[in-house]
Write a protein that binds this ligand. Structure first.
Ligand SMILES: Cc1cc2nc3c(=O)[nH]c(=O)nc-3n(C[C@H](O)[C@H](O)[C@H](O)COP(=O)(O)OP(=O)(O)OC[C@H]3O[C@@H](n4cnc5c(N)ncnc54)[C@H](O)[C@@H]3O)c2cc1C
Length: 313
C-alpha cells in the first residue's frame, strides 16, 4: 500500500494496508472520534520502520493506537498517521521471563499465561487494551501494576532505531511510565513471572471479571476510569464525584455512569466535544466543592477545536 501526500510529495510503500480518512470511532471503546488521515496497519517491524522514518522525514505526525480503551479521539479526527499495532503479537519465554508483543490483548495474554502455570499477569484479566497500551499507561488494578512485573521493553524510535529499555524504578509511578516521555512505539515487553497453580489463577481472574461486571464496566461504551485517583484527596475519585452529587450528570450524549461515578459513558452518538465538556464540568465542580483538581486518566488525542478547553490544568 502506498501513501502519496500531495502537500510535500510524501510517499510510503509498505506491505500492510493504509486506509485514508478511516473513521476512528470504531477503533476505540468510547466509540467516539473523527477520521484519521492515514490509518496504517504495519504488517511487521520493517513496515513500521518505513512508516516512522518516512513520516519523520516529511514532517507527518503519528499517533500509536492499541485497542483505544483509554483514549478520547477528537471529532475532527487525527492529522497524519495513526499506527495500529495489532500485528505485533510475538510471544515467547526466556526462563521465567514472559516476552509479549505490544499488539497482544493484555487480558488474553493473562489468561493464556496463567493457564500455562505462569503467575504474575492475573490482574490484567478483564481489562481491555493491548500490552503496548498497558505498558504506556502503567496499567493498574486489583492491587498490582505493570511496573511490579516489568523487566524491559523493546521500542522503536521515530528515526527507526530499536532500543531495549530496562526497568528503572525512578521512571515509574502511579499511572506513569517512561514511555509517556517519548514518542517511540513499544514493540514488546518482558514480564517477570513465577510458578503458579492454573486453577487457582483462573479463579482469581474470574473473580476480578465478576467485580468488573458488577461495576458496569462492560455495560456501555467507556474508557475505564475518567480521572486518576489521588491519595492526597483522601477518597477515590469516584467517591469524590458521587459526594459532589454528580453521578448521572449528562452533557449531550455523554454521561457519568449511574453504576460508578468515575466511569463516563457514551450513551449513544456522543461527540468528543460532549465528552470533553463532561470531563471539564466535573473537574470544575469538584474543584469548587473540595478545592481538589482531578487529573484526567483518559488520554486526549487528535485535532481539537480551538474552543475546546482541555480537562485538568
Ligand atoms: C471497561 C474498561 C475498564 C478499564 N479498567 C482499567 C483498569 O482497571 N486499570 C487501568 O489501568 N486501566 C483500565 N482501563 C483503561 C485501559 O484499558 C488501559 O489503560 C489499557 O492499558 C489501554 O490499552 P490500549 O491498548 O487500549 O491503549 P490505547 O487506548 O490504544 O492507548 C493509550 C495510550 O497508550 C499509547 N500506546 C498504546 N500502544 C502503544 C505502543 N505500542 N507504543 C507506544 N504507545 C502506545 C497510545 O498512544 C495512548 O497514548 C479500562 C478501560 C475500559 C474500557
Amino acid at each position: 500500500m502506498t501513501i502519496t501526500h500531495k502537500a510535500d510529495s510524501f510517499n510510503i510503500n509498505i506491505n500492510g494496508p493504509i486506509l485514508c480518512g478511516y473513521p476512528l470511532w470504531h477503533r476505540c471503546t468510547l466509540q467516539i472520534g473523527g477520521p484519521a488521515d492515514y490509518y496504517c496497519i504495519p504488517e511487521n517491524e520493517q513496515d513500521l520502520k518505513i512508516l516512522l522514518t518516512s513520516g519523520a522525514a516529511s514532517g507527518i505526525p503519528f499517533l500509536t493506537l492499541g485497542s483505544g480503551s483509554n483514549i478520547l479521539l477528537a471529532d475532527k479526527g487525527v492529522r497524519g498517521m495513526v499506527i495500529d499495532t495489532r500485528n505485533f503479537t510475538d510471544s515467547r519465554m526466556e526462563g521465567h521471563t514472559l516476552i509479549l508483543g505490544a499488539g497482544l490483548e493484555a487480558s488474553a495474554a493473562a489468561w493464556t499465561s496463567a493457564s500455562s502455570g505462569l503467575q504474575g499477569l492475573e490482574f490484567l484479566f478483564g481489562m481491555p487494551g493491548t500490552i503496548g497500551g498497558a505498558l504506556w499507561m502503567n496499567a493498574r488494578c486489583y492491587g498490582a501494576e505493570i511496573a511490579d512485573i516489568f523487566e524491559w521493553a523493546d521500542i522503536i524510535n521515530p528515526n527507526g532505531t530499536v532500543q531495549r529499555l530496562p526497568f528503572n524504578a525512578a521512571q515509574w509511578s502511579y499511572k506513569r511510565s517512561p514511555f509517556q516521555n517519548s514518542d517511540a512505539v513499544i514493540l514488546r515487553g518482558a514480564f517477570r513471572t513465577t510458578a503458579g497453580n492454573p486453577a487457582q489463577l483462573r479463579q482469581t481472574m474470574l473473580h476480578h471479571y465478576q467485580n468488573r461486571l458488577s461495576k458496569g464496566h462492560y455495560s456501555a461504551p467507556c474508557a475505564g476510569s475518567a480521572f486518576k485517583n489521588n491519595r492526597d484527596f483522601g477518597s477515590p475519585s469516584g467517591k469524590i464525584i458521587e459526594d459532589c452529587g454528580l453521578k448521572g450528570l449528562q452533557i449531550g450524549r455523554a454521561a457519568i455512569s449511574h453504576q460508578h461515578a468515575n466511569i463516563f459513558i457514551n450513551t449513544g452518538g456522543a461527540s468528543a466535544s460532549d465528552f470533553l465538556q463532561l470531563l471539564n464540568t466535573t473537574a470544575d465542580k469538584v474543584e469548587q466543592n473540595t478545592g481538589f483538581r482531578l487529573e484526567p486518566e483518559i488520554v486526549l488525542a487528535g485535532e481539537w477545536q480551538t474552543t475546546d478547553q482541555r480537562a485538568g490544568k
